[in-house]
Structures are given as C-alpha cells and as structure tokens.
Design a protein. Structure first.
Length: 421
C-alpha cells in the first residue's frame, strides 16, 4: 500500500507531497474522489469537485471521478482507479458511512492490494487505529459506536490541523485532550496541515517542513519530518504555530492606577514582604504563608511556567512600581475552562485594586486568548472575594467542595462567558 495521510493542508501546503503522490500513481487510470465527509451546508459536492480539480491540477491523471453517496462508493470497483483521494469534513460521518455501506471493507482490500490513497484531515484520521482523537474537534452527531479505523500505523491514531489554529485556547484544549487520551489509549500522531505521513509498504515517513507531535502515555514529543520540504519560514502560505514556543507572552498591561507585568527573579523579597509571609492573606487559599524560602520556591515555580500556553502570571504594582499583589489566569482542567486567582497585600485591601486588575485580565483573556468562558470560586467564609467576582460580571452557579487553609469547606462557583463568542 501507498498511503499519504495529510494533516489537512491544501494548495502550497501540500505541493511537495503531491509531487511524491504523482510519482506513485498509475497515470493511465482515473482518480476517484471521495468528498462525502464534507457537510453540504459548508460546501456542496459540486464545489468540492471544483476544488479538487484545482488542487490536483499538477498531478498527471486522465480524469477525476467523484462519488456522491456511500452506496455509489461501495458499488465501485476500486481497482479501476490509479489512486483515491479522500477529502476532509466530519470524521465520524465519514467512517460511519463507509462501514454502513460496505465501502470500508472494499477500501481495506484495495490498500492491501497496493492501492494508492491520499487522505486529508478526516480522510487521514480514518486510517489510524481509532478515530476518537477527532472528537476534540468533530462532533459525533451520527452516534457512531464502532470507531476503529484501518489501523495502518502500528496501533497508533492520527489527529489533524494540530498547531495551525491561532486560537490559543484551542491549542490548550487539543493538547490536554491528546495527553489524556494517549495516557488511557493508544499513541497519536498530531499533524500540522503542512505535514503528511507517507506509508510505502512497511516504511513510514513524514513529509513536510514543520514539527509534528507524537503523544504517548500522556507525554508529548516534538519531531521533525524525515522528508523535508525545501521551503523557508517566509515562504509558507499560511500561519503556523510552534507549540513549544509560547505565542502570547504575558503582556505588560496598565490600568488607571496599576501596572500588571510578568514576574521576575528579583521580585522575591517584595513578594515575601507583601503577602507571602502573611497567614491572613493565605487563610482562604490553597497555598500556605511561609518564610523567604517559600517565596523563592514560588518565584522559581512561576518562572518555570512562563512559557506555558495555559498559565499567565502577573505581578501587580502601583504606578510607582511598588508590588502590591499578584493575579493568575490559567486553564483549569477540572472545569475544562480558564480560571482566575489573585492575592493582594493586606495593607492594600479595600481600595478596589483587585477589581481593577482583574477587569484587565478578563479583557485580555477574551480578546487575546479568545477564551470562551472563565470560571472563579471562593471559600464561602470569604464573602469579600465574592463581591469582587460579582463586580467583574460573573454569574453564580453553585456551591462546590473546597479545601484551603481553614480545612474542608464549600466554595461558591461562578462563570462568565465571552460576549463575542
């Protein structure tokens, strides 16, 4: 078999791959195009056909035939075609249609007989061990239960479009999902749109010039393609995100009275003197007031997180640059949402500083990170924090179990949604 499993790219993103594809097909036979994963409300079949003609314009084939139903696909003699192109769309719809119609078994036989297939996005994911990684971006509206794919990658699955979405929240969600999925299930190749897994018999290589990621046992490994495209960064037609390089550094921001800036090593003494030593500040928190070593450990921990895409720590100062507190925006896996936290030195309580600072943080979360929603909670014994949260526009939802320095208690849980999403 000769399979080209693409991360979902098109045009110049796949130009080099199509040259390799062209070298392996039978030029005397037509190509069969399967666009059935694409929802009609997004693109009609006729629109898909026009697209694929342009996409494959440099491929040497006599003609392109398109199927309009899974039943038509199942009735085809696939050996009549020099290659098959399976387009993207909803992965669950594609696999269900192929299995229900009998086309899955025919495709399986075709690839065993050295058939040539190019699959993009959903059309690639179905060739992994299981398509469940796609649930992170595709709804299973067809209620597909048998999600096993063709399993051509030594019991590994595939995820597409990884690192091409500019929305940082999507990156965080996809990454955390893949870490959890691979810790409980099989390993996953997470491909950017520019990369393609090329399976030629028993040989597996990745064609492209962008890092792809391999998730296994809950860990993520960055890898480079074995067959590199000779393109420079400036020549790539679409934006790309290197997931190991943080794209949205913690910005320095100002309000009427305050400065919010990234944490620095030299902040340790002021952090200790401002709040880290004070049990009154930590009373309803999950951290414990301590000595100078506690402050040093806090700063080291935060500096270690400074390039993470799901962790944004600010030091709050007045306009004279005196540290008065801190605040945090982070992705909370327990609630599958962005969360906030804050501390203020006791001498600065009662002046509205936290409300002023957190308004700016929420604006940043919605505008820059594109967070869909933010959650917040506070110990029921700390109503002052609740008043801050309510002033910020959060809506109370429920009480949840909570443990802090006063012991096991309850917390009031709130949520605010991005008004632009």
């Amino acid at each position: 078999m000769k399979l080209f499993l693409c991360g979902g790219g098109c045009g110049e993103q796949t130009a080099a791959v199509l040259r390799v594809f062209n070298a392996h097909i039978d030029h005397e036979k037509p190509l069969l195009y399967i666009p059935l994963a694409m929802p009609e409300e997004q693109h009609t079949l006729d629109e898909c056909y026009e697209w694929v003609k342009g996409e494959l314009s440099e491929v040497d084939i006599p003609s392109i035939e398109m199927v309009r139903s899974y039943e038509e696909l199942a009735a085809k003699n696939l050996s009549d075609y020099g290659a098959i192109f399976i387009g993207g769309g909803n992965t669950f719809e594609l696999l269900k249609g192929m299995k229900d119609s009998g086309a899955f078994a025919k495709m399986e036989e075709y690839i065993k007989n050295d058939g040539v297939v190019m699959g993009g996005s959903a059309g690639a994911i179905i060739f992994g061990k299981d398509i469940m990684p796609a649930i992170a971006m595709d709804p299973n509206d067809v209620a597909l239960e048998d999600t096993a794919g063709f399993n051509v990658l030594d019991d590994c699955s595939i995820f597409a479009h990884y690192t091409n979405e500019w929305n940082p929240e999507a990156h965080v969600r996809f990454t955390k999902f893949m870490e959890k999925y691979s810790s409980e299930n099989e390993a996953v190749y997470a491909l950017p749109e520019e990369d393609t897994i090329f399976i030629n018999g028993d040989q597996v290589q990745v064609i492209g010039d962008r890092p792809y990621y391999f998730f296994e046992n809950g860990t993520r490994e960055k890898k480079m393609a074995e067959l590199r495209n000779e393109l420079t960064d400036n020549e790539w037609p679409l934006e790309y995100i290197d997931h190991d390089v943080r794209q949205n550094m913690t910005e320095r921001m100002e309000t009427e009275r305050l400065i919010l800036r990234p944490i620095r090593q030299e902040d340790t003494d002021e952090i200790y003197n401002c709040w880290m030593h004070d049990p009154d500040v930590s009373r309803y928190m999950m951290w414990t007031a301590g000595d100078m070593n506690t402050a040093r450990e806090f700063v080291e921990f935060e500096l270690g997180n400074i390039e993470k895409d799901d962790w944004y720590r600010w030091i709050i100062t007045d306009k004279n640059t005196v540290i008065i507190g801190t605040c945090l925006l982070y992705f909370d896996e327990e609630f599958d949402a962005w969360d906030i936290s804050y501390n203020l030195g006791k001498k600065y309580w009662g002046h509205g500083y936290i409300t002023e600072a957190m308004k700016k943080v929420i604006e940043y979360a919605f505008r820059t990170i594109k967070a869909k929603e933010i959650v917040a909670f506070h110990a029921v014994e700390n109503p002052a924090s609740g008043r801050v949260i309510e002033k910020l526009g959060f809506t109370y939802e429920k009480e949840i179990p909570f443990e802090c320095n006063i012991g096991e208690t309850k917390a009031r849980f709130y949520r605010i949604k991005n008004p632009d999403m």
